[in-house]
Design a protein around this ligand. Structure first.
Ligand SMILES: Nc1ncnc2c1ncn2[C@@H]1O[C@H](COP(=O)(O)OP(=O)(O)OP(=O)(O)O)[C@@H](O)[C@H]1O
Ligand SMILES: [Mg+2]
Length: 339
């Protein structure tokens, strides 16, 4: 990989919580490391509560990390002051899940899109209007919508405004946290297509967060799978979908809906038992052990030792005791017909 645009190393975010007279710490993110290369789209998947948004918010410095390092183009931004961060705000931008609450309701859509250009001193007056018009055109919005307020637009249109705003300053890194999951299914595809076209044209890197595997397969170059605050598997998209190794990834894929009914019938489904354990008290050793159907095979090591994320070849990393011992989990085997 060429020099990464984003490098996250050993990221930890703990939220102290108080309640019912007890004190505790939510282990939202616990030692997450990954890199995103220039022009690369990395998908971050995992079920609700696994810590995906917390990773995104730490990268954007919307919350302060407890430990670890975040480097943007080689510059450590983990502890930079707000002031020192300001010029770097040009390099990374975020698109949020909820286009209803993430756009300032008191500003017109044109002002919303133009604001980052203004703040960064990149355009003023007539220039600014022209740039905003171009951006509206680029994301497929009618020009007159510049003078409308967010509440006058549909959800899909608002998310286009969010994208135009994020891309206004030509960022190198776009962090998109479930950008389409609040939208109608019919609108989701058009926004994803737009994102893909824009990425091809502008070449930005992207951290794309979702819990939808189909979206990741369509959009991303590489995928990282999170479970309870940690990454359990990372691989190039084709490899992850064609040769998943972690029992958690395998169960996620086996539960996925396959459009071909023939394939659907001939495949076994692994249903994960129980809910995600409490991030207040994550299980010892392997965090997935309490729900892992193969756990008896890895005990007692699974109780005592946290499996490290190990490269098994070709940039495929897995954190599983069984895989490390050379016993590949076999909860799911992608069928050739499905590919
Ligand atoms: N400000 C906070 N204070 C306390 N706990 C928090 C805070 N923010 C997040 N958490 C907790 O951290 C964990 C990870 O949350 P996070 O929002 O990152 O998950 P997620 O993977 O984005 O989930 P979802 O798919 O539902 O968006 C959760 O248990 C959540 O309750
Ligand atoms: Mg989230």
């Amino acid at each position: 990989m060429t020099e990464p645009v984003l490098e996250v190393e050993g990221l930890v975010k703990h939220f102290p919580v108080r309640g019912l007279g007890a004190k505790g710490v939510v282990h939202a993110v616990d030692g997450v490391s990954f890199r995103i290369g220039r022009g690369e789209l990395l998908g971050l998947v995992g079920e609700s509560g696994s810590g995906k948004s917390t990773v995104a918010n730490c990268v954007m410095r919307l919350v302060a990390p407890t430990a670890g390092a975040i480097r943007l183009n080689g510059t450590d931004i983990t502890r930079l002051s707000r002031r020192a961060l300001r010029p770097l705000r040009r390099s990374m931008h975020m698109v949020f899940q909820d286009p209803y609450s993430s756009l300032d309701p008191r500003m017109t859509c044109g002002q919303i899109v133009g604001e980052p250009l203004d703040v960064q001193g990149l355009a003023r007056g007539r220039d600014l209007d022209v740039r905003v018009s171009q951006l509206f055109d680029r994301v497929g919005l009618r020009d007159e919508l510049r003078f409308r307020y967010p509440h006058e637009l549909s959800g899909g249109q608002r998310q286009r405004v969010g994208l135009a705003r994020a891309l206004a300053v030509s960022p190198e890194l776009l962090v998109a946290d479930e950008p389409v999951s609040a939208l109608d299914v019919s609108v989701q595809a058009s926004i994803l297509n737009l994102l893909r076209d824009l990425q091809e044209e502008l070449g930005f890197s992207c951290l794309f967060i979702t819990h939808d595997l189909a979206t990741v397969e369509y959009l991303c170059d590489r995928v990282a799978v999170m479970y309870l605050g940690q990454i359990v598997e990372v691989a190039p998209t084709r490899e992850l979908f064609g040769n998943p190794k972690h029992p958690y990834t395998q169960s996620l894929l086996s539960a996925g809906v396959v459009p071909d009914p023939e394939v659907q019938r001939s495949r076994t489904r692994v249903v994960l038992e129980g809910d995600l354990p409490s991030p207040l008290e994550p299980p010892s050793g392997c965090r997935f052990r309490t729900r892992c159907p193969l756990e008896p095979r890895s005990a007692p090591q699974s109780h005592d030792e946290e499996p490290p994320l190990v490269d098994v070849g070709d940039g495929h990393l897995v954190a599983c005791h069984l895989v490390r011992r050379g016993e590949t989990p076999d909860l799911y085997r992608p069928l050739e017909v499905a590919r």
